[in-house]
Design a protein around this ligand. Structure first.
Ligand code: AP5
Ligand code: MG
Length: 190
């Protein structure tokens, strides 16, 4: 199985690159942000609770997203592999993901990190906010909060995969196709 963690700050291009990767490598895309937004759209209790935090740019509790990923792994037993997008976002989530992989007799193949500076992230998200309808793209303070959450809680996850020899990083600035080519080179070498 090919199990890829696509990593990077808010606006780095994880979702954009995931769309291309699932096509090329026939993987199942698991984005905790997308799953949470679909819970919100369906008006579930989980969605209502998560929305309060997401709209402020704050991470939702680990148990919530770990439970969601566990369910999705169970409901995709025939998959060739997975792209984890926006998960794991804390070291506790990374530890839980390793345990889930072991319970399925598989493992994370590698993490690919997209490196993009804060100014470019702000610009991309504000631009998207003009028509995305995402409340967390709507103003610069919330975008800053998301980047802060990333720096404080998520950036350390890179060390977790470095320690396992599974960390790869690429420049996330450039055309979408150029970046995709670089990611593909890494994936082909795994
Ligand atoms: P989530 O939905 O994961 O959002 P995010 O990580 O903040 O980032 P985005 O999805 O906005 O960015 P992306 O990296 O996917 O970039 P994209 O391809 O869209 O999370 C939202 C919230 O949910 C969190 O704040 C948290 O509250 C909660 N949550 C989710 N997962 C969680 C977890 N595991 N634990 C706890 N809480 C969790 O691209 C961005 C923009 O840039 C687009 O407009 C795109 O067109 C453009 N773009 C892409 N590539 C390029 C390029 N090469 N050049 C120029 N523009 C580009
Ligand atoms: Mg995304």
């Amino acid at each position: 199985m090919l199990n890829l963690v696509l990593f990077g700050p808010p606006g780095a291009g994880k979702g954009t690159q995931s769309q291309k990767l699932i096509e090329k490598y026939q993987l199942v895309h698991l984005s905790t942000g997308d799953i949470l937004r679909s819970e919100i759209a369906n008006g579930t209790e989980l969605g209502l609770e998560a929305k309060k935090l997401m709209d402020q740019g704050i991470l939702v509790p680990d148990e919530v997203v770990i439970g969601m990923i566990s369910n999705k792994l169970d409901s995709n037993k025939e998959a060739n592999g997975f792209i984890f997008d926006g998960f794991p976002r804390t070291v506790a989530q990374a530890e839980a993901l390793d345990a889930l992989m072991i319970s399925k007799n598989t493992a994370i193949s590698g993490m690919v990190a997209l490196d993009v500076d804060s100014e470019e992230l702000q610009n991309r998200l504000l631009l998207r906010g003009k028509d995305s309808g995402r409340p967390d793209d709507a103003n610069p303070d919330i975008i800053r909060r998301r980047i802060e959450e990333y720096n404080n809680k998520t950036a350390p996850v890179a060390n977790f995969y470095k320690a396992q020899g599974k960390y790869y990083s690429i420049d996330g600035i450039g055309s979408i196709d150029e970046i995709f080519t670089e990611i593909s080179k890494i994936v082909d070498g795994l």
